[in-house]
Design a protein around this ligand. Structure first.
Ligand code: SAH
Length: 409
């Protein structure tokens, strides 16, 4: 890979012709062009350079980022009328993502997603804000040769104290070997000497921006956490797969009697304890009985004699690839059936899935099947999908879904 690939001149621009099936997919706005859809190229492409896609009549169709190592060979940046992708285009492109967020949050929320990959027009790139720290996470090697240019644009347009680089596991070897870029490194600013703290609806949380899952926190569950706060007054709450206790602090502020954080990771539970300590200024958090349990959630829930008024089940993705879809659907059904057995008579279940390979309907139906119990009646309170700072505008991007069920007393 050539680090100067991003600077290819127009004269040598990579030009691609694609199958007619792919042509209509690209025309419809889908952001991925797979390698086997390309039937003609004027030369070999280099990762990170711009590829221009032409239709059967040799007219401009789209332009995107080329990735020679990925089956998704081009990630579309722009489709439609011909466009020059230069620095002023990138500036305007960033402005669009930033402006889109302006009306979503007030000053009580200082942690949210600024750029959400393909659905924001930045394929394979995520930018999260945790107060004055920005975390840039990259999922495709095509951004690596462009990093300098991209980071200086972010620095110019988004006031911040530092920018942390996070790399998806599959691109870490090439990033290290060819670009000396490491997961968790500072692209700008100093390494934080304490956990980064941000606010979400007035609640303070720490984010493990250098090593934590995703970019350090599950910003995508914000709206569901706020909903759980409203449902928690006087309740005994179980937060399974709790991570750093996001749902739990909200439940406590909402007046939960007790909250149990259940996670397999001791590290996550330590963070949950710190997040409770950070919010003792809220009377609900100060008086709530909070405990942590380090265990496999499937095993612990099955065995515990305890019952709860509200259970949150938000496991990690149970289908990492398409072939795991059916097994994942069965696992969701089993997990939620286990949870439902531990609900008090008028208990509430909040069941989540973040597997893109399992559709919302497949997941909701699995939970509904799990909920059918002889002699017990349940009502469906609601289903929720993507929050506004995590838009999903094509099928493969739809990963998040949550269903709320309540049993009759
Ligand atoms: N609900 C959380 C995010 C959950 S992420 C939030 O809103 O912040 C998934 C969590 O599940 C991780 O913390 C991971 O450590 C935990 N986990 C993974 N497998 C587990 C298992 N078998 N039992 C319990 N926890 C598990």
């Amino acid at each position: 890979m050539n680090p100067s690939a991003a600077n290819q001149t127009a004269a040598t621009r990579l030009r691609l012709r694609i199958t007619s099936a792919a042509e209509s997919i690209v025309r419809s706005g889908h952001p991925w062009l797979f390698a086997d859809s390309i039937h003609e190229a004027n030369r070999a492409g280099q990762t990170g350079e711009l590829a221009v896609i032409y239709d059967r009549k040799d007219k401009f169709l789209a332009v995107g980022l080329f990735d020679s190592d990925s089956p998704i060979r081009v990630r579309i940046l722009h489709a439609g009328k011909p466009q020059t992708i230069d620095s002023s285009w990138w500036k305007a492109h960033l402005e669009k993502s930033l402006t889109r967020r302006e009306q979503f949050f007030d000053e009580t929320t200082t942690g949210y997603r600024l750029i959400h990959g393909e659905s924001d027009g930045w394929p394979g790139l995520v930018l999260d804000k945790y107060d004055s720290t920005l975390v840039l996470k990259i999922y495709t090697a095509s951004w690596l040769p462009r990093l300098e240019e991209t980071v200086s644009l972010f620095k110019e347009k988004i006031p911040s104290e530092r920018i942390v680089l996070r790399l998806s596991r599959n691109i870490q070897p090439v990033a290290e070997k060819q670009f000396q870029l490491y997961d968790g490194q500072m692209l700008f600013g100093l390494t934080p000497d304490a956990p980064v703290i941000f606010s979400e609806n007035g609640i303070r949380f720490e984010a493990d921006v250098m090593r934590g899952q995703k970019t350090g926190f599950f910003l995508d569950q914000r709206e569901n956490r706020a909903e759980v706060e409203k449902l928690s007054r006087g309740k005994k709450v179980l937060n399974a797969f709790s991570y750093s206790g996001g749902f739990s602090v909200y439940a406590a502020r909402g007046g939960a009697k007790s909250v149990t954080d259940l996670d397999i990771s001791a590290h996550a539970l330590e963070s949950a304890n710190r997040n409770f300590a950070l919010n003792r200024n809220f009377p609900g958090v100060a008086v709530c009985h909070h405990e942590t349990v380090q265990a496999d959630a499937f095993e612990w829930i099955e065995k515990t004699p305890a019952k709860f008024d509200l259970i949150v089940l938000d496991p990690p993705s149970l289908a990492k690839r398409a072939s795991e879809r059916e097994g994942a659907i069965r696992a969701y059904e089993r997990l939620n059936a286990l949870g439902i057995q531990k609900l008090e008579r008028d208990g509430i279940l909040v069941a989540g899935s973040c597997s893109a390979h399992v559709s919302a309907t497949e997941f909701f139906d699995a939970v509904r099947r799990a909920a059918v119990k002889p002699g017990r009646k349940f009502s469906e309170l609601k289903t929720v999908q993507h929050p506004p700072d995590h838009p999903a505008n094509f099928k493969e991007a739809e990963y998040l879904k949550v269903i709320y069920l309540k049993y009759a007393a």
